[in-house]
Every structure is written in structure tokens, then in C-alpha cells.
Design a protein around this ligand. Structure first.
Ligand code: RAM
Length: 532
């Protein structure tokens, strides 16, 4: 089931209780939550002042169709008196997650009416250049970052209460009165992140594009690192297993905030569903609780996240503590493996893999589960569970034979999926990563599929990451580097100063939610070039 079908199914089940249990069910889970909470990091503030005043120009040559033209230095804002209908766009020169403050004073014959301002925050120029309404997106309109404020008393010092993710701020004076205008001053943003100090840039000898990609990756991760590894600081502002795994990998190579990874692993452990399945996401507020969505491939990949953590930190005690949670995921998911050795996700369940409506997910899900079993084998061995390790090894062998029969088209030398024998990048990547394909077959299959014009391509950086990793795993170092340069480099060339949630070079209008305005432009799962 893809996201659209999933949302429809979820809407049918709308009679379900609204909030999942907020407190952990067992004393073990309470203990795990206590560990998670003890590792909650402090957010470090960084003041950011405006870099300039810009104007947005429609430009079909730009990927997102808008260009920011600098029109004046930042001081120009406070030098100007703003009347009803006036507006200005401030560029902070970098993406940030944080707060905004400014001062406002009235000047004129008399300040005889409240001032009404509209503020619109944008991660990219398009968000402050176009009206948000009418909004046709499938996700809540309130994710779009605009506010109207009414100021009864001037002068005033304003601290916007919400946290925003932005680089641009559009200020509009909706109204004053015929008798006065306003002057805005002391504008300041406070960027927040739990990441301490950026790691050093790549050496000068590295080509400029790769250095820039690395820098943007790090900025993306930094702005998503709050009190958890958020998926996107504009939207959804929460912790997802799939995103966490990729952020954690990049973190080990950059910020090394390993306790934040540990906190996130424990947060998931504390909030399983009644049967033990981990939720796809966890919310922190008003108190930590599990999300209401379950993604089969994310639950499987929790094993990988735990193993990566133990390997990166040497903290095998934590891995041993979390081992029962990993084992539970493997056990629950093993129920979906038929006697034929093929993983068949139940109807109405959500197998993510990528944002793509066209994608047949059967082969990729088989690969993801086998890949996760391999991580679980390694964990089992370290955690004193040789019986489990042997059991998983048997499943891996059985599922590998089954997958080779069901998905490998030896005449075309690619893996196919579904009744229409679909060829996709996703299937090749997961057949490679899982070891179902030999390295030689995987390299061949990846080369054929990526050159085939009608193969189903990835829709989002999450799957591009796994394609690049699969290439690295089967000796395609050059191709992996080229993929990073063309795909993530494509975003850099399109003006990204943090990497985006979705990017399809051939479709600028792609949104899983029916409106590009609600896409996130600083998104966790796209930060991995710094790791790759
Ligand atoms: C979206 C977010 C998040 C992702 C899930 C599956 O809501 O983009 O990053 O993990 O979907």
C-alpha cells in the first residue's frame, strides 16, 4: 500500500481512539522512557541577523520557479516607514530552525489603531513568493508557516512564540491607520540545534561541488537535530525510524551526538503497540507518546539502527538492552513470510520504501526484511542469543532462494517485482543490500535498471540513499559518486542550502501531499551524502 492508499484506509478507520496511550505500558518500557528522557539534550542558541532584503522573481529557469534577488542591505528595513499594503522580504542568508524577534514602533500624527502584520516564513523562495491559499494539500494547512498579529500598543518588542524553519521572512503591513506608519527594527533570529559546532569542511582538494554537497548535508542534519532527530523542522517535526537510521549514520561521521541516537532508540522501545510492533514515529509533546502509524519496513530497520549504533559507539550494553525489542520486530514480521519464503505484507498495512505511487514494493520489502534479519543475526550473536541467530540464518537462506526464484529475471539480468514484472531502482537496491543478489549480479542489475528509461525511479532522497549505498556495496564506487553529484548536486544547483524531502529532477511539482508548498525543504533523510 502506498501513502495515498494508506491515507484512504486510515480515514476509513477514523472511529479509532484519537490518542495512543501516552505512558509506557510495562515497567521495562517506563525504565526505557526514563533513560530516553535522561538523555534529552539542551538546545544551543545561535543568533542570526538578516543578511539582506530580497525580492522574489518568477523565473522558469529555476527548478522551483522562483529566484531571490537582493535589493538592499539589511539596514534598509529599519530605514523604511511601512504603511498599509507595504511589504518586505528579509533573507537571513542561511536556513535555520528557531525563533524570531523584532521591534516595531509607530510614527505619524497619532497611533490611533492597532497595527496588523502578516508574517510568512519560507525555507525556499517559492514559499514566500506565492499565496498559500487556496490550499489543496492533503496535510494540515497549519504546517504552512504564516501568522497574522495584531498589535494594540506601539512601540512593542515582539517575540514570535512558535518555532519556525526558514531562511526567508515576508513581512506585510496589513493595516495601520491613515495617521501612522510603522518602523521595524532589531530583527533577529535565534537558530536552535542540539548539534554542537559544525564539523570541519572537507579539504580544499575535494572538488567544489562535493564540498558544497557535504556542507549542505551537514546543515540539513544540524537543523533537524533538536531534542530528537526530527524528520523535518518545518513538517512533521517528529521522530521516524526510517529517518532516524539515516540521520544516525550521518551523525556518526559528523556531529557524533551519540547520546541523541541512544535517546531516540529508547523512545521507540518505550512505546510499542500492544503486540510489540514499533510505531513508525514517536511524538515528544505534550509528553512522549507513540504515533498512530505503522510502517512495516521501518519496524524491520529498527534492527539496523540498533546495530549501527553499537558498532559506531562500542556501546553493546545498550544493544543488549534493546535486543528484546529487535527480536520482537523480527518475530512479528516473520509471520508475514509464507511457506514459499516470500514476504507478503498484510492488506491495508503500510510498506513505505519510497514516495512513489507506481512502485511495486514486493521485491524491495523482501530485500528489506532479509537485510534486517542479517543485522539481527549480528545483534543476536553479540547479545548471547545463538538460537535466534541460527533461526534467522535459516530464514535468510530460505527467503534468498525464494526471492531468486520469484524476482530474478535471469534473461534480462534484473530483479522484477509484481504481476507486471516491474523493473525499479528500489528492487535492485534492496536485492543488492540484502545479499539476495551476489555482488556481481547486483552491479549488473543496478547498471541495467538505472539505464532503462521505463524503470521506476526513486521519488525521494530516502531511496536514493539506499541506491547509492547498494552501489557502494557492489563495487560501483564511481557510479555512487556520480549519483551523489547529479542527484544531491542537482538540489545544490537548484539553490538548496538544506536538502529536500522530495526531489525528482524531472518533476518539479512532485509532492506526496498534493501541494509542493507543504513539502519540507530541510529533511532528515536527505542528509546522507556527508556519510556516503
Ligand atoms: C513523511 C515524512 C517522514 C517519513 C514518513 C514515511 O511524513 O516525510 O520523513 O519518514 O513520511
Amino acid at each position: 500500500m502506498n501513502r495515498r492508499q494508506f491515507v484512504q484506509a486510515a480515514a476509513c478507520a477514523a472511529g479509532a481512539p484519537l490518542l495512543a496511550a501516552a505512558s509506557p505500558a510495562t515497567s521495562k518500557e517506563q525504565e526505557w522512557l526514563a533513560i530516553a528522557e535522561s538523555l534529552k539534550p539542551r538546545l544551543l542558541p545561535t543568533p542570526v541577523t538578516p543578511d539582506g532584503i530580497v525580492q522574489m522573481a518568477a523565473d522558469p529557469a529555476q527548478f522551483l520557479h522562483w529566484r531571490a534577488d537582493r535589493v538592499s542591505p539589511p539596514e534598509a528595513l529599519s530605514q523604511r516607514l511601512l504603511r498599509r499594503g507595504d511589504s518586505a522580504i528579509v533573507d537571513f542568508g542561511r536556513h535555520l530552525t528557531g525563533h524570531l524577534s523584532f521591534s516595531i514602533a509607530g510614527e505619524g500624527r497619532g497611533i490611533d489603531a492597532p497595527a496588523r502584520l502578516k508574517l510568512t516564513f519560507g525555507e525556499v523562495p517559492a514559499e514566500v513568493a506565492q499565496p498559500f491559499d487556496p490550499y489543496h494539500g492533503g496535510l494540515g494547512r497549519a504546517w504552512l508557516q504564516d501568522e497574522v498579529i495584531n498589535l494594540d500598543v506601539l512601540p512593542a518588542a515582539i517575540e514570535m512564540p512558535r518555532r519556525y524553519a526558514f531562511r526567508y521572512l515576508k513581512l506585510e503591513v496589513v493595516d495601520t491607520s491613515p495617521n501612522y506608519a510603522v518602523r521595524i527594527g532589531s530583527m533577529k533570529a535565534t537558530a536552535l540545534s542540539s548539534a554542537a559546532g559544525d564539523p570541519p569542511p572537507l579539504p580544499e582538494a575535494v572538488p567544489a561541488l562535493l564540498r558544497q554537497i557535504d556542507k549542505v548535508s551537514i546543515a540539513t542534519l544540524r537543523d533537524c537535530m533538536q531534542t530528537v532527530f526530527e524528520d523535518g523542522p518545518k513538517r512533521d517535526r517528529r521522530l521516524w525510524i526510517g529517518d532516524l537510521r539515516l540521520q544516525a549514520l550521518t551523525n556518526y561521521a559528523t556531529f557524533r551526538a551519540n547520546d541523541l541516537v541512544k535517546r531516540c532508540l529508547y523512545l521507540f522501545a518505550a512505546f510499542p503497540r500492544e503486540d510489540g510492533l514499533l510505531p513508525a514515529c514517536v511524538f515528544e509533546d505534550p509528553q512522549p507518546h507513540r504515533g498512530h502509524e505503522y510502517i512495516i519496513d521501518y519496524a524491520a530497520l529498527y534492527a539496523a539502527a540498533v546495530l549501527d549504533y553499537a558498532k559506531a559507539t562500542g556501546d553493546w550494553n545498550t544493544a543488549a538492552d534493546l535486543w528484546p525489542v529487535v527480536r520482537k520486530q523480527m518475530d512479528l514480521l516473520s509471520a508475514y513470510v509464507g511457506s514459499d519464503g516470500i514476504f507478503a505484507a498484510p492488506a491495508r498495512s503500510w510498506v513505505f520504501i519510497d514516495w512513489s505511487d507506481a512502485l511495486d514494493r514486493a521485491a524491495a520489502m523482501q530485500g528489506t526484511y532479509v537485510y534486517s534479519l542479517r543485522q539481527a543475526v549480528e545483534l543476536a550473536r553479540h547479545c548471547g542469543a545463538p538460537g535466534e541467530a541460527a533461526k534467522y540464518q535459516q530464514s535468510i537462506a530460505h527467503m534468498t532462494t525464494a526471492a531468486r526464484g520469484a524476482f530474478y529475471d535471469s534473461s534480462r539480468q534484473v530483479f522484477v517485482s509484481g504481476p507486471k514484472r516491474q523493473v525499479s531502482w528500489a528492487s535492485q537496491a534492496w536485492m543488492a543490500l540484502s545479499g539476495i543478489a551476489t555482488a556481481e549480479e547486483a552491479a549488473k542489475a543496478l547498471r541495467i535498471a538505472t539505464a532503462q528509461t521505463d524503470a521506476v525511479r526513486p521519488g525521494a532522497p530516502y531511496l536514493y540513499h539506499y541506491v547509492a549505498e547498494a552501489m557502494l556495496g557492489c563495487g560501483m564506487k564511481l557510479e555512487a559518486k556520480q549519483l551523489v553529484e547529479t542527484y544531491w548536486g542537482g538540489m545544490v544547483k537548484a539553490g538548496a542550502d538544506t536538502f529536500w524531502e522530495v526531489y525528482d529532477p524531472s518533476n518539479a511539482g512532485l509532492s506526496p501531499y498534493g501541494s509542493v508548498l507543504v513539502n519540507s525543504y530541510c529533511h532528515a533523510w536527505s542528509c546522507t551524502p556527508a556519510y556516503l
